[in-house]
Design a protein around this ligand. Structure first.
Ligand code: HAM
Length: 418
């Protein structure tokens, strides 16, 4: 047991980690170009933050949170998502006093006790971005443009944007009444959780994973047909801007999202190439969240991309994931004096920014060269007593065997240019 990672978690092995660096580097660079600054919040928060923020009728809060009591008898939860923690941080540190809109991005691990399957984990990584302080549909368009740019930049073509509007506190009460009336007619087909949700939050039934509830939900009235004038105008303006920016989308009235904080715009980017868990990115507007958490009424919108799913799509699409880091040079040595000299040289080369290795195992020259080959070293040098005495060395390029004469002194500068 203790030699196996817990179900739903993953090790990123040394030969894979460069792909993560590649993706995360691209994401952070794009976020920077769109004006986002990185924020880092705690891995765990007070449980009440998610009860209130994500919503106590959601699957996440009702079934999926890793919640425990700490030694001070506080209820603590490993974050199931990033938005609630970022919103808490914004309020706690008065970040809304900065020029608005406030744009924050983050790279985090999240934890949900879900049934693991391809693309669904109990610990997973998200890249997210949040914008606070504007209700203008131009911000919705900009946030969606960032996500679209992420996929284009990473070379992903198999991805589609699905868009919906789920209304606001003005249009929702009437819509909820319609939903209640509809689901009340089908109460026998609803799961026990959804029967409880019927009074408190009938919208959640539209998001239930139970097969029977899903079947009933297919005939339910749609939010998009029940928007107030302001929400309808907002949605129309967003669509107009996306069209102007050449960002293709389809309206999918079934999208309700699994978190309670959303208002107006909701969206998902879905891939068909990675199986049932094809939603690579989810996001939307949450104009009421900060107020719910005790802050001032502040419109906001954001998204999160699931990095395990993003990587799977990229591998499927044959997109570039960078190169595994290669060893620049292996310094072989013959004898004790040369071995000391090789280690000194390795130090100089590393300080010059190169990946250099020397023998630290007292191996034979043949074994050292075999090791250099396994490392995939681009160059090798063999140091013996003569080389140490004269400072003259032969630099060998490993892929074609070409040899170049140089000196110990000149090696770092020469190699940095290659
Ligand atoms: P979410 O849709 O729950 O939204 O998650 C966003 C993304 O995280 C999903 O599209 C998926 O790629 C990934 N994801 C979610 N659960 C799992 C899992 N169990 N295993 C692997 N990947 C997963 C949110 O979390 C919101 N906070 C997004 C947001 C930010 N909305 C506004 N701002």
């Amino acid at each position: 047991m203790i030699t196996t990672a817990p179900r739903g978690t993953q090790d990123v092995l040394p030969q894979e980690s460069y792909k993560w660096h590649f993706i995360e580097g691209k994401l952070m660079d794009l976020a920077r170009r769109y004006g986002f600054s990185e924020v880092r919040t705690p891995t765990f928060e007070h449980t009440g933050l998610f009860d209130r923020g994500v919503g106590d009728t959601t699957d996440i809060v009702q079934k999926e949170m890793y919640t425990f009591q700490d030694k001070g008898s506080r209820s603590i939860t490993l974050r199931p998502e990033g938005t609630a923690g970022v919103a808490r941080c914004v309020l706690e540190h008065g970040l809304l006093n900065n020029p608005l809109p406030l744009k924050l991005s983050y790279l985090i691990n999240c934890f949900r006790y879900e049934k693991p399957q391809a693309g669904r984990f109990r610990e997973f990584r998200q890249f997210g971005a949040e914008v606070f302080g504007s209700q203008d549909p131009a911000v919705d368009a900009e946030v969606i443009a960032l996500v679209a740019d992420i996929f284009t930049t990473l070379g992903i073509s198999d991805i589609a944007l699905e868009l919906n509007s789920i209304g606001c506190p003005n249009c929702r009460p009437a819509y909820h009444e319609k939903l209640r009336a509809y689901f009340a007619q089908h109460i026998d087909s609803l799961c026990p959780t959804c029967r409880e949700r019927l009074e408190k939050n009938p919208l959640r039934i539209l998001d239930c994973k139970n097969d029977s509830c899903k079947e009933v939900a297919k005939g339910a009235p749609l939010g998009i047909d029940n928007l107030c004038g302001e929400c309808a105008d907002h949605f129309a303006s967003l669509k107009e801007r996306l069209t102007a920016m050449d960002i293709p989308f389809t309206v999918n009235p079934q999208i309700v999202r699994g978190l309670d904080y959303y208002t107006k715009t909701v969206f998902e980017f879905v891939s068909t190439s990675i199986g049932a868990q094809g939603t690579v990115c989810g996001g939307g507007r949450y104009d009421g969240l900060l107020e719910t958490l005790g802050g001032p009424s502040t419109p906001a919108i954001g998204f999160a991309v699931g990095l395990q799913r993003l990587l799977a799509v990229m591998e499927n699409d044959g997109a570039s994931l960078g190169e595994p880091p290669a060893c620049d040079i292996f310094l072989a040595s013959i004898g004790q004096g040369a071995s000391v000299e090789a280690q000194k040289l390795a130090l100089r080369l590393r300080r010059a920014g190169l990946h250099a290795e020397s023998d630290v195992q007292g191996r034979s020259l043949k074994a050292q060269m075999k090791y250099a080959d396994k490392l995939g070293a681009r160059y090798t040098v063999v140091l013996g007593d003569d080389e140490v005495k004269t400072g003259q060395i032969k630099l060998k390029r490993m892929d074609d065997g070409q040899v170049e004469e140089t000196t110990l002194e000149a090696l770092p500068a020469l190699l940095c240019e290659k």
